[in-house]
Design a protein around this ligand. Structure first.
Ligand code: PLP
Length: 383
């Protein structure tokens, strides 16, 4: 054995070294994209939102699988994500950068053919100045606010720019975009209101740019029905298996499977307390399993005393607080053969879904997925 530097790489496989294993089913991901495509109005381009490292599941494998399936429009939040994506998918696919161009980044948008989403008068002015100075044709997307007050030109700003003959000069907007605030609640009034406002703005916009396309729907918007689809749909969470609606059956297939390794199994011989803060009490005879995963891996601390795992088909509750690298579960009812160090407790899967876990944590599936850490062994099942 060589115990001196250089030590070389680890001898044991990554999956045997890791505390937890994240499996991403790329076949299910692609199938989810196809399910959405079938639901979409004919002619509507169904793209993929791959911001935040493809919702925590890995930009590269996700983007490759979707590109191979025929997806040709991608949406990311930041320019760095967009550039990374361009290297992955090659020159063909459209890439839109949702958070817009930071000052001075126009050159990189042009070099990597990234379409910025222009959401403020400052974005529009900077893009116009650059286009006129460089005399280049720069494609872009214009975002209008239709009721969310988060990002996008207000009605007043939009009208002002439309009224100014030079307002949009130099811009070659391919698309007018807006975002739904309450798409996940199908009965919410906002959905209809935002759609009607969007139709009005798109109509005005097309008096200047007759070929401009419209894009309003996220995952939930796609499932609301064809009146919300327009020309480009931007699903995210549904691709990754999350339920786009706050309640009701989930039409999507699970994509992420996460299991954490049991390090210690303890039969409690004296009644006592568990974990930091001595926040939970256990009685004699209780059986506890501590796994090699914690809030540093995205198992949110708010799941303390609330989260549930699955072992040998049985639900096992979290006991006490979640530590940075450890979680203790009550496995009293689990058989001897399953309750062994080296076995795994299922954290996410087909029966313990990302929506269930997020409900236990009091958050949204989005936060569970995008919190997933980088200490897992990641396994990708091919599309
Ligand atoms: C994140 C995002 C989406 C995707 O939303 P999902 O609810 O995950 O489908 C679409 N459009 C914009 C502007 C977004 O920020």
């Amino acid at each position: 054995m060589n115990l001196r530097p250089p030590f070389g790489s680890a001898r044991v496989a990554s999956e045997d070294r890791a505390g937890a294993i994240l499996t991403v089913d790329l076949k299910a991901l692609v199938e989810n994209w196809r399910i959405l495509k079938k639901r979409a109005r004919p002619g509507c381009d169904v793209g993929a939102v791959v911001k935040a490292n493809a919702y925590g599941l890995g930009l590269e494998p996700v983007a490759r699988a979707l590109t191979q399936a025929g997806c040709s429009t991608f949406y990311v939040a930041h320019l760095d994500g967009a550039i990374a994506l361009r290297h992955i998918v090659g020159p063909g696919p459209r890439i839109a950068c949702l958070n817009g161009p930071n000052r001075g980044t126009e050159r990189d948008h042009v070099a990597f053919r990234i379409m910025p989403v222009l959401s403020t008068p400052e974005h529009v002015a900077a893009w116009r100045t650059y286009a006129l100075k460089e005399e280049v044709l720069l494609e872009s997307i214009v975002q209008v606010d239709t009721g969310m007050n988060r990002l996008g030109l207000s009605e007043k700003e939009f009208v002002q720019l439309m009224g100014d003959a030079d307002g949009f000069v130099g811009l070659h907007p391919q698309m007018l975009l807006s975002h739904l605030a309450c798409g996940d609640e199908p009965g919410h009034d906002m959905n209809r209101q935002q759609r009607d406002r969007f139709i009005a703005r798109l109509g005005e916009f097309r008096t200047r740019f007759p070929d401009a396309k419209g894009s309003l729907a996220n995952s939930a918007g796609l499932l609301l029905g064809p009146e919300w689809h327009f020309d480009y749909a931007r699903p995210g969470i549904a691709l990754y298996g999350g339920n786009p609606f706050v309640s009701g059956a989930n039409p999507m297939l699970p994509v992420a499977y996460l299991r954490a390794r049991i390090i210690q199994v303890r039969r409690v011989d004296t009644p006592g307390m568990v974990g930091y803060g001595a926040a939970a009490r256990v009685g004699e005879g209780a059986k506890l399993a501590t796994v090699s995963m914690g809030y540093a891996d995205g198992f949110l601390r708010s799941l303390g005393q609330k989260g549930v795992g699955l072992l040998d088909g049985l639900k096992v509750p979290v006991v006490g607080r979640v530590s940075m690298d450890l979680i203790t579960f009550d496995i009293t009812n689990v058989s001897e053969s399953a309750a062994r160090p080296g076995n795994f407790i299922e954290i996410l899967g087909a029966t313990q879904t990302v929506d269930q876990l997020s409900a236990q944590a009091g958050t949204a599936s989005y936060e569970i997925l995008t919190s997933l850490g980088d200490r897992f062994h990641r396994r990708y099942l091919p599309a």
